[in-house]
Design a protein around this ligand. Structure first.
Ligand code: NIG
Ligand code: FE
Length: 411
C-alpha cells in the first residue's frame, strides 16, 4: 500500500543522516518538522517534508493528520513476552509484604514460570504470546526483542525461541531473539549450579546456534542467580557462536556485571536500578547501551534507574518495557516513556530518543528503525489530536494513539 500522510502538526525524530545512537546532551534534541507530510511506499519511508513543498503525487492513499503528531514507532529492546500463564498469586504475596527475592527463594519467581512453560504445548504458548504481541503493536511498538529464559531445559528454551521466530514470521513487527538460558538455576540443579552452566554451554548454546534461534545471548547476573565469573564463562562460550551479549545486571546489587558486559562488547546492559560510580565509569567510552526498565521499578516498588545521572554523565540511555509475568506484566511503551519523565526526570525529548533511536540501537537495528529517515522502514505512530508532544508523557495512562503503521501497513 502507498500512503501519503498530510497536515501533520509535528513530525518527530526527522534525521537525514541518522546517528546509530544519541548520548548525553544530544538526547535532549529531537529534530522535527512542523506542518509536515510523509510518503510511504512498499513499507519504506520514501520521502517527507514541509506541507509548503508537498509533491504532486498520484496513486497514494491520503491520511489527514491535522492536529496530530507523527513519530517513529517504539523500539522495545527488552521483553520476555513468550511465557505461559501468569504470576498473579505472587503479586498478591508482594502486596501482603513478601519481597521479589523472598518469593523466588520459596520456589516462586522464574522457576515457577519455567514449570508452567514446560507443561504448555508449543501451540498454546504461541497463542498466549501472539495475544500479547498484538496488544503491544496496537500500543505503538513496531520492533521488539524477545528473550527465552522460562524454559531452563534445552527443549523448553528452544520451544520458546521457536515461538518467537514464528511470531516474527506471522506478524509485520520486527523481532530480535535472545537466548537467556541463564535466567535462573532450575530447582534440580540448586546444589550443583556448575552442572547447569555446563548444560547451557555444552548443550543449549550449540543447539540454539545451530538452529539459528537467537540473535543475542543474555545472563541474569545477580546475587542468587549468576555471578560475574559465571556470566563471563557463558559470554565467552557464546562468542564462539557469534552471539553478542545483552545482559540483565544491577537490578538489586552492583556486583561488577556492567564492567564484565563491557569487556565482552555487550550491545546493552539492562535494568541498572542500582548503580555505583565505577559502573558509570565502566560504561564511558564503550559501545554498550544502558537500558532502563521503569515499569519494572514501578511494579516491584524498587529504585528507578538513575537515568538523569547517566545522561548527565554523557552516556546514552534506552528505555524498554521488560514485559514479563513476574516483574513487569505490561508491555506499554507509552507508560514507560511517561514514567521515565516522571520518576527518572528525563525530558520528553530524552525519553522519546531513548524509546526510538536508542531502543533500536539496543537491538541492533538502528540502520533501519528508530527515526524518520528516507529508506528506513515505515513504522510510525499517529497520535490523536494533542496540543504538543510533551502532552504524551504528561497525560500518563491515557491512550493518545490514533493509529499505528508497521512496515507501511495500518495495524
Ligand atoms: O527482567 N530480572 C530478571 N528477569 C526478569 C523477571 C523475571 C521474572 O520474575 O519472571 C526481569 O525483571
Ligand atoms: Fe528482563
Amino acid at each position: 500500500m502507498k500512503l501519503l500522510l498530510t497536515n501533520i502538526q509535528k513530525l518527530l525524530q526527522t534525521r537525514e543522516n541518522p546517528p546509530q545512537k544519541v548520548s548525553g546532551t544530544e538526547m535532549n534534541q529531537l529534530p522535527s518538522i512542523d506542518n509536515a507530510w510523509v510518503l510511504i511506499e512498499d513499507g519504506i519511508i520514501s520521502d517527507y517534508g514541509d506541507m509548503r513543498n508537498i509533491p504532486n503525487v498520484e496513486g497514494f492513499k491520503p491520511i489527514d493528520c491535522t492536529g496530530k503528531i507523527v513519530m517513529p514507532a517504539w523500539c522495545d529492546s527488552h521483553t520476555h513476552i513468550v511465557y505461559a500463564g501468569n504470576r498473579e498469586q505472587e503479586f498478591i504475596d508482594r502486596i501482603k509484604g513478601l519481597s521479589y527475592q523472598e518469593i523466588a527463594e520459596k520456589g516462586g519467581g522464574i522457576v515457577n514460570s519455567a514449570k508452567k512453560l514446560q507443561e504448555t504445548s508449543e501451540k498454546n504458548l504461541y497463542k498466549q504470546s501472539a495475544k500479547r504481541l498484538e496488544e503491544v503493536m496496537k500500543l505503538g511498538t513496531a520492533a521488539i526483542e524477545i528473550k527465552s529464559g522460562y524454559g531452563l531445559t534445552t527443549e523448553a528454551e528452544s520451544k520458546m525461541l521457536r515461538v518467537a521466530k514464528k511470531l516474527e514470521k506471522n506478524y509485520p513487527i520486527t523481532v530480535k531473539t535472545t537466548f537467556l538460558g541463564a535466567h535462573a538455576v532450575p530447582t534440580e540443579y540448586k546444589e550443583n549450579k556448575t552442572e547447569y552452566i555446563d548444560l547451557i554451554c555444552n548443550d543449549m548454546l550449540p543447539k540454539i546456534a545451530e538452529e539459528k534461534l537467537a540473535d543475542y545471548v543474555d545472563v541474569f547476573c545477580e546475587d542468587g542467580y549468576f555471578s560475574v565469573a559465571e556470566t563471563e564463562r557463558i559470554l565467552k562460550e557464546a562468542q564462539k557462536y557469534k552471539l553478542t551479549p545483552k545482559i540483565h545486571v544491577n537490578q538489586f546489587n552492583a556486583i561488577g556485571g556492567i564492567a564484565a558486559g563491557v569487556k565482552y562488547d555487550a550491545l546493552s546492559v539492562d535494568h541498572l536500578e542500582v548503580m555505583t560510580d565505577e559502573d558509570i565509569e565502566a560504561l564511558k567510552g564503550s559501545e554498550t547501551m544502558p537500558v532502563a526498565l521503569p515499569s519494572c521499578s514501578y511494579f516491584l516498588s524498587i529504585p528507578y534507574t538513575p537515568g538523569r545521572k547517566l545522561i548527565d554523565a554523557g552516556l546514552p540511555l534506552a528505555l524498554a518495557t521488560d514485559y514479563n509475568p513476574g516483574s513487569t506484566p505490561s508491555g506499554n511503551m507509552n507508560f514507560v516513556v511517561s514514567t521515565a519523565c516522571i520518576k527518572m526526570r528525563l525530558t520528553p525529548e530524552e525519553a522519546i530518543n531513548a524509546a526510538t533511536i536508542n531502543g533500536a540501537y539496543a537491538m541492533g537495528i538502528s540502520d533501519t528503525h528508530g527515526s524518520i529517515t528516507k529508506g528506513k522502514v515505515a513504522s510510525l505512530i499517529i497520535t490523536k489530536a494533542v496540543p504538543s508532544y510533551g502532552y504524551l508523557p504528561y497525560s500518563f495512562g491515557s491512550n493518545l494513539i490514533d493509529s499505528v503503521i508497521i512496515k507501511g501497513e495500518v495495524v
